[in-house]
Design a protein around this ligand. Structure first.
Ligand code: CTP
Length: 399
Protein backbone atom coordinates (compact mmCIF):
# COMPACT_ATOMS: atom_id res chain seq x y z
CA UNK A 1 0.00 0.00 0.00
CA UNK A 2 3.03 2.28 0.55
CA UNK A 3 3.11 5.11 -1.98
CA UNK A 4 -0.15 4.05 -3.64
CA UNK A 5 -2.51 6.81 -4.83
CA UNK A 6 -6.04 6.26 -3.56
CA UNK A 7 -8.98 8.37 -4.70
CA UNK A 8 -11.60 7.98 -1.98
CA UNK A 9 -15.08 8.94 -3.15
CA UNK A 10 -17.59 9.71 -0.41
CA UNK A 11 -21.27 9.96 -1.25
CA UNK A 12 -24.18 11.22 0.86
CA UNK A 13 -25.10 8.50 3.33
CA UNK A 14 -24.90 8.28 7.10
CA UNK A 15 -22.03 5.76 6.83
CA UNK A 16 -19.91 8.69 5.57
CA UNK A 17 -18.74 9.20 9.16
CA UNK A 18 -16.87 5.88 8.90
CA UNK A 19 -14.93 7.14 5.88
CA UNK A 20 -12.79 9.29 8.19
CA UNK A 21 -11.46 6.07 9.73
CA UNK A 22 -10.89 4.62 6.27
CA UNK A 23 -8.74 7.65 5.34
CA UNK A 24 -6.68 7.03 8.51
CA UNK A 25 -6.15 3.37 7.62
CA UNK A 26 -4.89 4.21 4.12
CA UNK A 27 -2.66 7.06 5.36
CA UNK A 28 -1.23 4.90 8.18
CA UNK A 29 -0.34 2.23 5.61
CA UNK A 30 1.66 4.81 3.62
CA UNK A 31 -0.85 5.60 0.85
CA UNK A 32 -1.67 9.08 -0.48
CA UNK A 33 -5.38 9.77 -0.29
CA UNK A 34 -7.35 12.28 -2.35
CA UNK A 35 -10.91 12.62 -1.08
CA UNK A 36 -13.68 13.57 -3.50
CA UNK A 37 -17.11 14.19 -1.97
CA UNK A 38 -20.48 14.52 -3.63
CA UNK A 39 -22.35 17.69 -2.64
CA UNK A 40 -24.73 15.76 -0.35
CA UNK A 41 -21.83 13.93 1.40
CA UNK A 42 -20.87 17.31 2.90
CA UNK A 43 -24.13 17.22 4.90
CA UNK A 44 -22.88 14.09 6.71
CA UNK A 45 -19.19 14.81 7.39
CA UNK A 46 -17.18 17.99 7.03
CA UNK A 47 -14.49 18.37 4.35
CA UNK A 48 -12.29 19.85 7.10
CA UNK A 49 -12.21 16.52 8.96
CA UNK A 50 -11.24 14.65 5.81
CA UNK A 51 -8.67 17.17 4.54
CA UNK A 52 -7.02 17.17 7.98
CA UNK A 53 -6.79 13.38 8.01
CA UNK A 54 -5.68 13.02 4.39
CA UNK A 55 -3.37 16.05 4.35
CA UNK A 56 -4.93 17.21 1.05
CA UNK A 57 -7.77 19.65 0.29
CA UNK A 58 -11.00 17.78 -0.36
CA UNK A 59 -12.48 18.16 -3.82
CA UNK A 60 -16.24 18.51 -4.25
CA UNK A 61 -16.70 20.81 -7.25
CA UNK A 62 -15.38 20.98 -10.81
CA UNK A 63 -13.56 24.19 -9.89
CA UNK A 64 -12.71 26.12 -6.73
CA UNK A 65 -15.05 29.12 -6.75
CA UNK A 66 -12.81 31.74 -5.10
CA UNK A 67 -9.65 30.97 -7.13
CA UNK A 68 -11.23 29.67 -10.30
CA UNK A 69 -8.86 26.67 -10.13
CA UNK A 70 -10.08 23.83 -12.33
CA UNK A 71 -10.13 20.36 -10.75
CA UNK A 72 -9.39 17.96 -13.57
CA UNK A 73 -11.34 14.73 -13.25
CA UNK A 74 -9.22 13.29 -16.05
CA UNK A 75 -5.93 13.99 -14.22
CA UNK A 76 -7.35 12.54 -11.00
CA UNK A 77 -8.60 9.46 -12.80
CA UNK A 78 -5.12 8.90 -14.20
CA UNK A 79 -3.36 9.69 -10.88
CA UNK A 80 -5.33 6.98 -9.03
CA UNK A 81 -3.84 3.53 -8.45
CA UNK A 82 -7.22 2.61 -6.99
CA UNK A 83 -10.54 4.33 -6.57
CA UNK A 84 -12.64 3.46 -3.53
CA UNK A 85 -16.21 4.68 -3.24
CA UNK A 86 -17.35 4.28 0.36
CA UNK A 87 -20.10 4.76 1.19
CA UNK A 88 -21.76 4.34 -2.20
CA UNK A 89 -25.43 5.31 -2.03
CA UNK A 90 -28.13 3.82 -4.27
CA UNK A 91 -28.23 7.09 -6.21
CA UNK A 92 -24.47 7.23 -6.87
CA UNK A 93 -24.41 3.55 -7.80
CA UNK A 94 -27.21 4.21 -10.32
CA UNK A 95 -25.26 7.17 -11.76
CA UNK A 96 -22.05 5.13 -12.00
CA UNK A 97 -23.89 2.24 -13.67
CA UNK A 98 -25.50 4.52 -16.23
CA UNK A 99 -22.81 7.16 -16.79
CA UNK A 100 -24.75 10.09 -15.30
CA UNK A 101 -21.79 12.45 -14.89
CA UNK A 102 -23.41 15.27 -12.94
CA UNK A 103 -20.78 15.72 -10.20
CA UNK A 104 -17.02 15.65 -9.76
CA UNK A 105 -17.00 12.17 -8.23
CA UNK A 106 -18.89 10.46 -11.05
CA UNK A 107 -16.86 12.21 -13.76
CA UNK A 108 -13.66 11.04 -12.05
CA UNK A 109 -15.11 7.52 -11.82
CA UNK A 110 -15.83 7.54 -15.55
CA UNK A 111 -12.26 8.74 -16.26
CA UNK A 112 -10.49 6.30 -13.91
CA UNK A 113 -8.34 3.58 -15.45
CA UNK A 114 -7.50 2.08 -12.03
CA UNK A 115 -9.42 -0.71 -10.25
CA UNK A 116 -12.56 0.56 -8.53
CA UNK A 117 -13.87 -0.71 -5.20
CA UNK A 118 -17.47 0.07 -4.31
CA UNK A 119 -18.84 -0.28 -0.76
CA UNK A 120 -22.63 0.16 -0.93
CA UNK A 121 -24.53 1.53 2.06
CA UNK A 122 -28.27 1.98 2.16
CA UNK A 123 -31.47 0.76 3.76
CA UNK A 124 -32.32 -2.91 3.30
CA UNK A 125 -35.29 -2.31 0.97
CA UNK A 126 -33.25 0.00 -1.27
CA UNK A 127 -30.51 -2.61 -1.33
CA UNK A 128 -32.97 -5.33 -2.33
CA UNK A 129 -34.76 -3.23 -4.98
CA UNK A 130 -34.35 -4.74 -8.46
CA UNK A 131 -32.90 -1.46 -9.78
CA UNK A 132 -30.08 -1.49 -7.19
CA UNK A 133 -29.47 -5.20 -7.76
CA UNK A 134 -29.24 -4.59 -11.51
CA UNK A 135 -27.01 -1.52 -11.12
CA UNK A 136 -24.58 -3.44 -8.91
CA UNK A 137 -24.52 -6.25 -11.48
CA UNK A 138 -23.69 -3.65 -14.12
CA UNK A 139 -20.81 -2.28 -12.02
CA UNK A 140 -19.51 -5.82 -11.56
CA UNK A 141 -19.73 -6.37 -15.31
CA UNK A 142 -17.50 -3.26 -15.76
CA UNK A 143 -14.89 -5.04 -13.59
CA UNK A 144 -15.57 -3.01 -10.43
CA UNK A 145 -15.06 -4.80 -7.11
CA UNK A 146 -18.20 -4.73 -4.97
CA UNK A 147 -17.53 -4.92 -1.23
CA UNK A 148 -20.86 -6.35 -0.15
CA UNK A 149 -22.57 -4.57 2.74
CA UNK A 150 -22.90 -6.36 6.04
CA UNK A 151 -26.12 -7.36 7.77
CA UNK A 152 -27.04 -5.56 10.96
CA UNK A 153 -28.93 -2.66 12.46
CA UNK A 154 -29.30 0.17 9.95
CA UNK A 155 -29.71 3.92 10.52
CA UNK A 156 -33.47 3.38 10.11
CA UNK A 157 -33.28 0.92 13.07
CA UNK A 158 -34.44 -1.81 10.70
CA UNK A 159 -32.21 -4.88 10.68
CA UNK A 160 -30.92 -6.37 7.42
CA UNK A 161 -28.37 -6.12 4.64
CA UNK A 162 -27.22 -2.62 3.75
CA UNK A 163 -24.73 -1.53 6.41
CA UNK A 164 -21.49 -0.37 4.84
CA UNK A 165 -18.75 -2.93 5.48
CA UNK A 166 -16.37 -1.89 8.27
CA UNK A 167 -13.44 0.36 7.19
CA UNK A 168 -10.93 -2.37 8.21
CA UNK A 169 -12.55 -4.81 5.76
CA UNK A 170 -12.65 -2.23 2.96
CA UNK A 171 -8.98 -1.44 3.57
CA UNK A 172 -8.21 -5.17 3.59
CA UNK A 173 -9.90 -5.71 0.22
CA UNK A 174 -7.78 -2.97 -1.38
CA UNK A 175 -4.61 -4.08 0.40
CA UNK A 176 -5.21 -7.69 -0.71
CA UNK A 177 -5.60 -6.52 -4.28
CA UNK A 178 -2.20 -4.82 -4.25
CA UNK A 179 -0.28 -7.41 -2.28
CA UNK A 180 -1.56 -10.54 -3.98
CA UNK A 181 1.34 -12.41 -5.56
CA UNK A 182 -0.92 -15.07 -7.07
CA UNK A 183 1.61 -17.80 -6.25
CA UNK A 184 -1.27 -20.21 -5.56
CA UNK A 185 -3.32 -19.31 -8.62
CA UNK A 186 -4.89 -22.43 -10.12
CA UNK A 187 -4.38 -24.45 -6.90
CA UNK A 188 -7.25 -25.94 -4.95
CA UNK A 189 -6.84 -25.86 -1.18
CA UNK A 190 -8.89 -27.64 1.45
CA UNK A 191 -8.55 -26.44 5.04
CA UNK A 192 -10.18 -27.86 8.16
CA UNK A 193 -10.66 -25.48 11.07
CA UNK A 194 -12.29 -25.06 14.45
CA UNK A 195 -13.44 -27.67 16.95
CA UNK A 196 -15.91 -30.46 16.42
CA UNK A 197 -18.90 -30.93 18.71
CA UNK A 198 -19.91 -34.46 19.58
CA UNK A 199 -23.54 -34.41 20.68
CA UNK A 200 -24.76 -36.17 23.82
CA UNK A 201 -28.37 -34.98 23.66
CA UNK A 202 -30.13 -31.96 22.05
CA UNK A 203 -28.53 -29.54 24.54
CA UNK A 204 -25.13 -31.01 25.39
CA UNK A 205 -21.96 -31.89 23.54
CA UNK A 206 -18.32 -32.80 24.03
CA UNK A 207 -16.04 -30.19 22.46
CA UNK A 208 -12.82 -28.26 22.90
CA UNK A 209 -11.59 -24.67 23.12
CA UNK A 210 -10.54 -24.24 19.48
CA UNK A 211 -11.66 -20.83 18.12
CA UNK A 212 -10.84 -21.61 14.48
CA UNK A 213 -8.70 -18.44 14.22
CA UNK A 214 -5.58 -20.21 12.94
CA UNK A 215 -7.40 -22.20 10.22
CA UNK A 216 -9.41 -19.15 9.12
CA UNK A 217 -6.23 -17.04 8.93
CA UNK A 218 -4.66 -19.70 6.69
CA UNK A 219 -7.78 -19.81 4.50
CA UNK A 220 -7.71 -16.01 4.07
CA UNK A 221 -3.98 -15.99 3.32
CA UNK A 222 -4.29 -18.79 0.74
CA UNK A 223 -7.19 -16.99 -0.97
CA UNK A 224 -5.17 -13.76 -0.98
CA UNK A 225 -2.42 -15.65 -2.85
CA UNK A 226 -4.90 -16.70 -5.51
CA UNK A 227 -5.90 -20.22 -4.36
CA UNK A 228 -9.41 -21.61 -4.66
CA UNK A 229 -10.12 -22.35 -1.00
CA UNK A 230 -12.68 -24.67 0.59
CA UNK A 231 -12.82 -24.29 4.36
CA UNK A 232 -14.42 -27.19 6.22
CA UNK A 233 -15.26 -25.67 9.55
CA UNK A 234 -16.56 -26.90 12.86
CA UNK A 235 -18.79 -24.58 14.94
CA UNK A 236 -17.01 -21.21 15.39
CA UNK A 237 -18.02 -17.59 15.90
CA UNK A 238 -15.91 -16.14 13.08
CA UNK A 239 -16.14 -15.75 9.31
CA UNK A 240 -13.41 -15.67 6.68
CA UNK A 241 -12.39 -12.12 5.73
CA UNK A 242 -11.81 -13.09 2.10
CA UNK A 243 -15.06 -13.28 0.17
CA UNK A 244 -13.86 -16.02 -2.20
CA UNK A 245 -13.38 -18.63 0.57
CA UNK A 246 -16.06 -21.32 0.29
CA UNK A 247 -17.18 -22.51 3.74
CA UNK A 248 -18.67 -25.94 4.43
CA UNK A 249 -20.02 -25.92 7.98
CA UNK A 250 -20.02 -29.16 9.93
CA UNK A 251 -20.63 -30.07 13.56
CA UNK A 252 -19.16 -33.47 14.36
CA UNK A 253 -15.93 -35.27 13.45
CA UNK A 254 -17.92 -37.72 11.31
CA UNK A 255 -19.48 -34.87 9.32
CA UNK A 256 -16.03 -33.30 8.92
CA UNK A 257 -14.62 -36.65 7.74
CA UNK A 258 -17.45 -37.03 5.17
CA UNK A 259 -16.94 -33.49 3.85
CA UNK A 260 -13.16 -34.02 3.61
CA UNK A 261 -13.62 -37.33 1.78
CA UNK A 262 -15.71 -35.53 -0.86
CA UNK A 263 -13.42 -32.51 -1.31
CA UNK A 264 -9.94 -34.09 -0.93
CA UNK A 265 -9.79 -36.07 -4.23
CA UNK A 266 -9.87 -32.84 -6.31
CA UNK A 267 -7.63 -30.91 -3.92
CA UNK A 268 -3.97 -30.02 -4.52
CA UNK A 269 -3.16 -29.04 -0.94
CA UNK A 270 -4.97 -30.02 2.29
CA UNK A 271 -4.24 -28.31 5.60
CA UNK A 272 -5.67 -30.00 8.67
CA UNK A 273 -5.94 -27.20 11.24
CA UNK A 274 -9.10 -28.45 12.98
CA UNK A 275 -9.02 -29.63 16.58
CA UNK A 276 -11.02 -32.77 15.88
CA UNK A 277 -12.55 -34.46 18.94
CA UNK A 278 -10.91 -37.85 19.28
CA UNK A 279 -13.97 -39.48 20.85
CA UNK A 280 -17.74 -39.23 20.49
CA UNK A 281 -20.55 -40.60 22.70
CA UNK A 282 -21.46 -44.08 21.53
CA UNK A 283 -25.15 -43.20 21.53
CA UNK A 284 -27.16 -40.01 21.18
CA UNK A 285 -30.27 -39.34 23.21
CA UNK A 286 -32.79 -37.42 21.09
CA UNK A 287 -34.44 -36.25 24.30
CA UNK A 288 -32.74 -34.15 26.94
CA UNK A 289 -31.26 -36.40 29.63
CA UNK A 290 -33.11 -35.36 32.80
CA UNK A 291 -31.45 -34.99 36.15
CA UNK A 292 -34.39 -36.12 38.29
CA UNK A 293 -34.94 -39.47 36.59
CA UNK A 294 -31.31 -40.54 36.58
CA UNK A 295 -28.29 -41.21 38.64
CA UNK A 296 -25.26 -39.49 37.14
CA UNK A 297 -25.12 -41.11 33.68
CA UNK A 298 -22.08 -42.90 32.35
CA UNK A 299 -21.31 -41.87 28.79
CA UNK A 300 -19.51 -44.52 26.79
CA UNK A 301 -17.17 -43.02 24.19
CA UNK A 302 -16.11 -44.45 20.87
CA UNK A 303 -13.14 -43.39 18.73
CA UNK A 304 -13.74 -40.87 15.95
CA UNK A 305 -12.17 -41.41 12.55
CA UNK A 306 -8.66 -39.97 12.18
CA UNK A 307 -9.36 -37.74 9.19
CA UNK A 308 -5.76 -36.71 8.48
CA UNK A 309 -4.62 -40.33 8.62
CA UNK A 310 -7.21 -41.59 6.17
CA UNK A 311 -6.42 -38.72 3.76
CA UNK A 312 -2.72 -39.59 4.15
CA UNK A 313 -3.52 -43.20 3.14
CA UNK A 314 -5.37 -42.10 -0.02
CA UNK A 315 -2.96 -39.26 -0.89
CA UNK A 316 -1.85 -39.43 -4.52
CA UNK A 317 1.37 -38.15 -6.09
CA UNK A 318 1.45 -34.39 -6.28
CA UNK A 319 -1.02 -33.88 -3.41
CA UNK A 320 0.33 -32.13 -0.33
CA UNK A 321 -0.99 -32.89 3.17
CA UNK A 322 -0.21 -30.58 6.09
CA UNK A 323 -1.09 -31.34 9.71
CA UNK A 324 -0.97 -29.61 13.04
CA UNK A 325 0.18 -31.02 16.36
CA UNK A 326 -0.91 -29.59 19.65
CA UNK A 327 1.16 -31.04 22.45
CA UNK A 328 1.85 -30.60 26.13
CA UNK A 329 4.69 -33.14 26.47
CA UNK A 330 7.46 -34.61 24.30
CA UNK A 331 6.39 -32.07 21.68
CA UNK A 332 9.03 -32.72 19.02
CA UNK A 333 8.92 -36.54 19.19
CA UNK A 334 5.12 -36.55 19.14
CA UNK A 335 4.92 -34.10 16.23
CA UNK A 336 7.41 -36.07 14.13
CA UNK A 337 5.74 -39.40 14.87
CA UNK A 338 2.34 -37.89 13.91
CA UNK A 339 3.80 -36.67 10.62
CA UNK A 340 5.04 -40.20 9.84
CA UNK A 341 1.93 -42.00 11.09
CA UNK A 342 -0.42 -39.79 9.05
CA UNK A 343 1.80 -39.61 5.95
CA UNK A 344 2.01 -35.79 6.15
CA UNK A 345 4.42 -33.65 4.13
CA UNK A 346 4.71 -31.05 6.84
CA UNK A 347 3.49 -30.61 10.42
CA UNK A 348 3.04 -27.39 12.39
CA UNK A 349 3.72 -27.83 16.10
CA UNK A 350 2.24 -25.59 18.75
CA UNK A 351 3.05 -26.15 22.32
CA UNK A 352 0.27 -25.78 24.85
CA UNK A 353 2.95 -24.86 27.39
CA UNK A 354 3.21 -21.48 25.70
CA UNK A 355 0.54 -19.15 27.08
CA UNK A 356 0.63 -16.95 23.94
CA UNK A 357 0.03 -19.80 21.53
CA UNK A 358 -3.03 -21.54 22.86
CA UNK A 359 -6.72 -21.57 22.06
CA UNK A 360 -8.57 -18.31 21.50
CA UNK A 361 -5.59 -15.91 21.51
CA UNK A 362 -4.53 -13.95 18.41
CA UNK A 363 -0.87 -14.99 18.54
CA UNK A 364 0.94 -18.25 17.93
CA UNK A 365 4.47 -19.63 18.18
CA UNK A 366 5.13 -22.59 15.95
CA UNK A 367 7.86 -24.93 14.78
CA UNK A 368 7.37 -26.50 11.36
CA UNK A 369 8.76 -29.97 10.61
CA UNK A 370 9.11 -31.30 7.08
CA UNK A 371 9.01 -34.91 5.85
CA UNK A 372 12.60 -34.53 4.54
CA UNK A 373 13.81 -34.12 8.14
CA UNK A 374 14.32 -30.34 8.14
CA UNK A 375 12.61 -27.92 10.53
CA UNK A 376 11.93 -24.20 10.94
CA UNK A 377 11.38 -22.47 14.27
CA UNK A 378 9.36 -19.27 14.22
CA UNK A 379 9.15 -16.60 16.96
CA UNK A 380 5.84 -15.48 18.50
CA UNK A 381 3.72 -13.83 15.80
CA UNK A 382 0.12 -12.90 15.07
CA UNK A 383 -1.94 -15.78 13.66
CA UNK A 384 -2.11 -13.86 10.39
CA UNK A 385 1.70 -13.74 10.17
CA UNK A 386 1.93 -17.43 11.10
CA UNK A 387 -0.55 -18.17 8.30
CA UNK A 388 1.72 -16.21 5.97
CA UNK A 389 4.75 -18.33 7.05
CA UNK A 390 2.84 -21.59 6.60
CA UNK A 391 1.69 -20.61 3.12
CA UNK A 392 5.26 -19.51 2.22
CA UNK A 393 6.56 -22.94 3.28
CA UNK A 394 3.86 -24.70 1.28
CA UNK A 395 4.76 -22.65 -1.80
CA UNK A 396 8.43 -23.61 -1.34
CA UNK A 397 7.46 -27.28 -1.13
CA UNK A 398 5.34 -27.27 -4.28
CA UNK A 399 7.95 -25.33 -6.22
N1 CTP B 1 -6.72 -34.95 13.13
C1 CTP B 1 -7.70 -35.41 12.30
N2 CTP B 1 -8.67 -36.24 12.76
C2 CTP B 1 -8.66 -36.63 14.05
C3 CTP B 1 -7.68 -36.16 14.93
C4 CTP B 1 -6.71 -35.33 14.42
O1 CTP B 1 -7.70 -35.04 11.11
N3 CTP B 1 -9.62 -37.45 14.49
C5 CTP B 1 -5.67 -34.08 12.58
C6 CTP B 1 -5.61 -32.70 13.20
O2 CTP B 1 -6.40 -31.78 12.45
C7 CTP B 1 -4.13 -32.38 13.11
C8 CTP B 1 -3.45 -33.73 13.28
O3 CTP B 1 -4.44 -34.69 12.89
O4 CTP B 1 -3.75 -31.88 11.87
C9 CTP B 1 -2.98 -34.03 14.68
O5 CTP B 1 -4.03 -33.79 15.60
P1 CTP B 1 -3.82 -34.04 17.16
O6 CTP B 1 -5.12 -33.81 17.85
O7 CTP B 1 -2.61 -33.27 17.63
O8 CTP B 1 -3.40 -35.56 17.13
P2 CTP B 1 -4.15 -36.91 17.36
O9 CTP B 1 -3.91 -37.75 16.17
O10 CTP B 1 -5.57 -36.68 17.74
O11 CTP B 1 -3.32 -37.52 18.56
P3 CTP B 1 -3.35 -37.18 20.13
O12 CTP B 1 -4.72 -36.58 20.42
O13 CTP B 1 -3.13 -38.47 20.76
O14 CTP B 1 -2.23 -36.21 20.38
Amino acid sequence: MKGKHIVLGITGGIAAYKSAHLVRLFVKAGAEVQVIMTPSAREFITPLTLSTLSGKPVITEFFTANTGQWNSHVDLGLWADAMVIAPATASSIAKMANGVADNMLITTYLSAKAPVFVAPAMDLDMMAHPSTVRNLELLESYGNHIIQPAEGELASHLVGKGRMEEPEKIFQAVDDFFSCDNALKGKKLMITAGPTHECIDPVRFIGNYSSGKMGYAIADEAARRGAEVTLISGPVAIKPAHSSVKVISVVSAREMADACAKVFPTTDIAIMAAAVADYAPESYSDRKIKRENNDAPTIKLVKNPDIARSLGESKRDGQLLVGFALETDHEVENAISKMERKNLDMIVLNSLRDKDSCFGVDTNKVTIFFANGSKKEHPLKSKREVADDIIDDIINLIQ
